[in-house]
Write a new protein. Structure first.
Length: 341
């Protein structure tokens, strides 16, 4: 029997309880899944019709196992973890103070550099499979990747004393690069001819719905890494402050969208994996399950990082820790994650 490390629960009416050292998922009297706490790394609850026992929550908190909740559209709406993880003060003080000095600009530029570089790298990766089959598309994708990479020079020239001064230009650079990236995606991914381009909240097409759901799963991983590093998920740098807005999560997730979410979703679409929407325009349960499994598998895949191969989810945790040490002054520089395929 395969060891369950990621427990995904999205059956309407399901109940998660604790039974003899493991989590047990029941639907009525039927046992749907069981996962030993010893090997469990996280619980992902999809939708709003799932209930948990206090024993299950307590067991997960005691074992350091986060429970993430996302809607059927992929919107994260809650996470549960032990309160002791947010008891660090020194790192959070440094994080708040950094917003008013050069450290905030360094991080803002690093997040943007990673996002832009990884967008170009993924298009190059997708292009290499078309070199023989469709040379014209291959050439066009390489040209778009080069256009995206030119925006890195704009980042190099950007100077500011604090991120509030740099934000408009940072967002402008990112936006222009992203526009070209999604133009490339339309060429490289098997989407409908009238695909509207990237859409977030309220998307009604298969690709955007799948991406939104994948980003929701990734969001939980990034938030967990930030909390473990002693950082405040709500005190970001590039993303502006707003009550209830996890700005730092939205900052750091930019380093990992292409590697952890875009790549597996594009692969599913191009390989003809069935991803369906129901009559309400929501992903079906089968599609959500398939997407969650692919994204979590991708997070367990090893990537080149700091001269060795490391699972992507560990890289996320390492980047959060590196950010914390940079903010505290224990690390001279912050180096963003750059994917290599």
């Amino acid at each position: 029997m395969a060891i369950v490390t990621h427990l995904i629960v999205d059956e309407r009416g399901a109940y998660i309880g604790k039974h003899q050292g493991r989590l047990q998922v029941r639907l009525g009297r039927q046992i749907m899944q069981e996962a030993p706490l010893l090997h469990l790394e996280q619980v992902l609850v999809n939708g709003r019709a799932v209930s948990l026992s206090a024993d299950a929550v307590s067991a997960c908190a005691g074992q350091g196992i986060p429970i993430h909740f996302i809607s059927y559209r992929g919107t994260p709406y809650a996470s549960l973890y032990t309160g002791g993880l947010i008891g660090t003060v020194q790192t959070r003080r440094a994080q708040i103070l950094a917003y008013t000095d050069q450290r905030s600009v360094v991080l803002g530029k690093a997040f943007a550099r990673s996002k832009i570089s990884n967008q170009a790298a993924l298009l190059r990766y997708l292009a290499k499979y078309r070199k023989e089959r469709d040379p014209a598309v291959h050439t066009e994708l390489i040209g778009i990747a080069e256009d995206i990479e030119r925006h890195l020079k704009e980042l190099d020239r950007l100077q500011a004393a604090r991120v509030e001064e740099a934000r408009p230009k940072l967002l402008g650079i990112e936006g222009r690069a992203a526009q070209r990236y999604w133009e490339g995606v339309k060429l490289a991914v098997a989407v409908e001819a009238d695909w509207p381009g990237r859409r977030g909240r309220g998307a009604q097409d298969v690709l955007n719905s799948a991406l939104n759901y994948a980003y929701g799963i990734l969001y939980g991983q990034v938030e967990w890494a930030i909390v473990l590093a002693g950082l405040d998920p709500y005190a970001g740098f590039v993303h502006t402050d707003r009550p209830g807005k996890p700005s730092l999560v939205l900052d750091l997730i930019e380093e990992f969208r292409q590697a952890a979410a875009d790549r597996p979703v594009f692969a599913m679409v191009n390989k003809g994996t069935t991803i369906e929407l129901d009559e309400q325009g929501l992903l079906t349960q089968k599609s959500r399950q398939a997407l969650a499994e692919k994204v979590l598998q991708r997070l367990d895949k090893e990537e080149r990082y700091e001269r060795k191969k490391v699972p992507l989810r560990i890289i996320i945790q390492s980047q959060a820790r590196h950010m914390a040490t940079f903010l505290r002054g224990d690390r001279i520089r912050y180096t963003p994650f750059l994917a290599h395929w």
